[in-house]
Design a protein. Structure first.
Length: 450
């Protein structure tokens, strides 16, 4: 039953019924009992098993609802070696309005850690950075406090536990940005500093001193680092190279992204990040905010034009999208490289992978959303009924109602926006705003890029 082998189950059926009838059980009861076991084997669990999992589900749901920053920190830490999962959970953090801060040699711990309402990236999740190197950094920081410069870092760290590849990973992931934001310069400077600090360590061991040790006065600020070589005067990496390195080492972009201007819209309008789509069912509708990073135009055997595109969201997750001829006729001017779009479509199973069938699209810079602001005294059933009726009138055709409606209670200590269900989205933002204002509601429009 566990392996669902139908032939073997049929043999066991005969054995079971024969044995049951020999022991005085009526045949129809034995047959019914075996049929129940077959159904159970399809996909069922013992009550004890179901109860245990239900309790764990309740516990994790409670933690996520009441301690979201701490919960997501723990979830990221427990999956830090799986970049695909880290990507997915960071997308969840974005939707929960939890910022994930870049790694920092002076503040990051081994794991992801909650810092107020933000999460500090854990050093253990940086690719090419070994456990020994991380522990050496944490130990040096605990003993001597924060590093004040790259020279101070090299002078205090156990260089036998950290190699050039690890140092480069720290630089390119942004962990040294507060000590030197010029990452290319930092890499070249560290090469000089490693040789300098190794020589300095040998001198200490042999009891030798340099002339700088005699003429300089060590202070908490200088720490006797006057002899450290200067940083070479070179330009930084290009923005594109920086982002690509972050993606390789962290699994996502952390310092910037072409879609960064749409971050607020992404949080409230795109419930489905590309990282989540792998777990969604085929044909499920999706709304996604993406950039086209590859476009392949195709001519079918019938002579119709279509396109296959590679899309990327703000978290760096990617997925393939298909624009069939009927949709391509309407959308061809938008389906270009580097286009920033809001996409409406459906999930499609392609062999072992998911793809998006693109049904409609619009440039991000042209899209806007409606924002309703309520006073606390307006929160009653009459207000909600009136709002629902007005929005239903403005929704027009379901396929054309693509202007999102958000709500906010003002004044409150929290500025959190609530996205109304898609059934209350409208077709024409200006007409909807006028109708809502005429009814006495405080309403405005907001760009996707605001």
């Amino acid at each position: 039953m566990g392996k669902k082998k139908a032939d073997e189950m049929q043999k066991q059926r005969e054995t079971f019924i024969d044995g049951a009838t020999k022991n005085g059980v009526k045949q129809h009861i034995a047959e019914h009992l075996f049929d129940q076991m077959v159904i159970f084997a399809e996909y069922c669990f013992n009550k004890s098993h179901s109860t245990a999992y239900a309790y764990v589900t309740y516990q994790t749901a409670y933690l996520k609802a009441n301690y979201p920053t701490e919960y997501m920190s723990a979830l990221l830490s427990s999956n830090s070696e799986d970049q695909e999962k880290v990507q997915r959970y960071i997308a969840t953090c974005t939707n929960l309005q939890i910022d994930v801060l870049p790694p920092d040699v002076n503040h990051s711990e081994y794991d992801f850690t909650p810092v107020d309402s933000q999460i500090m990236f854990g050093l253990g999740a940086i690719r090419n950075l070994g456990e020994g190197a991380i522990l050496s950094i944490l130990e040096a920081r605990q003993e001597g406090g924060a590093f004040v410069s790259l020279a101070d870092f090299c002078d205090r760290i156990n260089l036998s536990s950290i190699n050039s590849r690890s140092l480069e990973a720290l630089v390119k992931s942004g962990a040294f940005d507060k000590l030197n934001p010029n990452r290319r310069q930092a890499i070249e400077h560290l090469k000089l500093l490693v040789a300098w600090s190794q020589s300095r360590a040998k001198d200490r061991e042999s009891g030798q001193s340099t002339i700088f040790d005699f003429i300089s006065v060590e202070t908490p600020e200088s720490k006797g680092l006057e002899s450290a070589p200067e940083a070479p005067n070179i330009a930084d990496f290009s923005k594109e190279d920086k982002l690509q390195a972050e993606k390789e080492l962290l699994g996502f972009y952390i310092s910037d992204h072409p879609l960064k201007a749409a971050k607020n819209a992404y949080r409230v309008l795109a419930p489905n990040s590309l990282a989540d789509i792998a777990e969604m069912k085929s044909k499920a509708p999706v709304t996604i905010l993406v950039m086209l990073i590859d476009v392949k135009n195709i001519v079918t055997k019938k002579g119709d034009k279509m396109a296959v595109v590679q899309m990327e969201d703000i978290g760096g997750s990617k997925i393939e999208g298909v624009v069939f001829p009927k949709a391509y006729d309407r959308l061809s001017e938008m389906i270009i490289l580097d286009a920033q779009l809001v996409i409406w479509g459906k999930i499609d199973d392609k062999e072992d992978q998911k793809q998006i069938i693109i049904e409609d699209a619009a440039p991000l810079q042209t899209r806007e959303m409606i924002l309703l602001e309520f006073q606390p005294q307006q929160l009653n059933e009459a207000t909600f009924s009136s709002i629902k009726a007005l929005l239903k009138e403005q929704s027009g055709k379901k396929s054309e109602a693509k202007v999102p409606v958000l709500a906010k209670i003002s004044p409150t200590l929290s500025s959190q926006l609530v996205r109304l269900p898609n059934e209350y989205w409208v077709e024409n933002s200006q007409a909807a705003v006028k109708a809502l204002r005429d009814a006495g509601f405080a309403v405005s429009t907001r760009s996707f890029l605001s």
